[in-house]
Ligand binder design. Structure first.
Ligand SMILES: N[C@@H](CCC(=O)N[C@@H](CSC=O)C(=O)NCC(=O)O)C(=O)O
Length: 285
């Protein structure tokens, strides 16, 4: 596996890097950002936080807009920021709409042709990139957590609910919590997995949380009261209600509705420090 270094910039004593590699899972070149915190010795190893971005993003949005590097250095976390979809796959209309195709993988494994050859993002994130990071960087193997924003919040929840053994903690910024009921995301999801209700629900975290039977999980959620997607697309209350009824109370949610904030990166940069503190406390146990 060849990793090509695209950029490397010193930040808060560590390094913000971007790499590109050919992914056998999604059959195209993929970029990801990785922040490596300042190390006290050559052998020092760190916990990892994956951060999944939302619709229209590349790995660059969170790197350049959230200011997370200050907190990654403070809490000594490696942070991995994948791109949000395969790109340049020669699929008809793949770049035409902001909520279908490029930048809109929904973090699922596609079943529909011609998307299924490339859009295997769930497996890319939870298997290929997960192992690549473990095998290539100075990682404490079992200390890995996940966070995400909007469509990436949906993605982070999918990863945590379907592979709970892989993630120690999960936190969400304005997450899409019931993708099969989101007018903004449903067409993109149908394009990838088809129209059958039981398959759409298989990728819907409010349905998945009702069946969850893994280890105990605490979920931290922030959302702004002026978020333009709050009522129509995020459906956070439905998720929290379902989570609160989870089997043996295995899932606990802490939801903060933050007055006046919208959906964008000014909101994320305001609360990102709290998310790093939350993950650091779970990863240091
Ligand atoms: N249609 C708009 C809005 C796109 C948008 O708001 N994208 C969000 C994620 S939304 C859910 O997944 C985002 O993170 N944008 C990047 C940013 O830097 O703000 C458009 O295309 O502009």
């Amino acid at each position: 596996m060849d990793l090509k270094l695209i950029s490397s910039n010193k930040s808060f004593g560590g390094y913000q890097k971007v790499f590109e590699h050919f992914s056998p899972t999604v059959q195209c070149n993929m970029k990801f950002g990785i922040y490596l915190p300042p190390a006290e010795s050559e052998n020092e190893k760190f916990p990892v936080l994956f951060y999944l971005s939302g619709l229209t993003c590349t790995e660059q949005n969170v790197i350049t807009k959230s200011g997370y590097q200050r907190f990654a250095a403070q809490y000594k976390l490696i942070v991995v920021c994948p791109d949000t979809s395969p790109r340049n796959c020669n699929i008809p209309n793949e770049d035409e709409k902001w909520n279908i195709g490029s930048g809109a993988s929904m973090y699922v494994n596609a079943q529909q042709e011609p998307w299924n050859k490339h859009y295997q993002m769930f497996t890319y994130i939870t298997d290929e990139l997960y192992q690549l990071v473990q095998n290539t960087f100075p990682v404490i193997q079992d200390k890995i957590s996940i966070s995400g924003h909007s469509m990436g919040g949906h993605g982070a929840l999918l990863c945590a609910l379907l592979c709970p053994e892989k993630y120690k903690s999960v936190s969400l910024f304005a997450p899409v919590c019931s993708i099969s009921n989101s007018p903004t995301l449903i067409d993109g999801l149908k394009t990838l997995v088809g129209e059958e209700k039981h398959i759409l629900q298989k990728w819907d975290t409010t349905f998945l949380v009702k069946e969850y039977d893994g280890p105990e999980m605490e979920i931290l959620i922030h959302v702004g009261s002026d978020d333009e997607y709050l009522i129509k697309d995020l459906l956070i209350d439905d998720f929290v209600e379902a989570a609160n009824k989870s089997k043996d109370n295995k899932i606990k949610t802490t939801l903060f509705l933050e007055e006046g904030y919208d959906h964008g990166y000014y909101f994320i940069s305001t609360f990102i420090g709290e998310h790093f503190k939350f993950h650091s406390s779970k990863l240091s146990v």
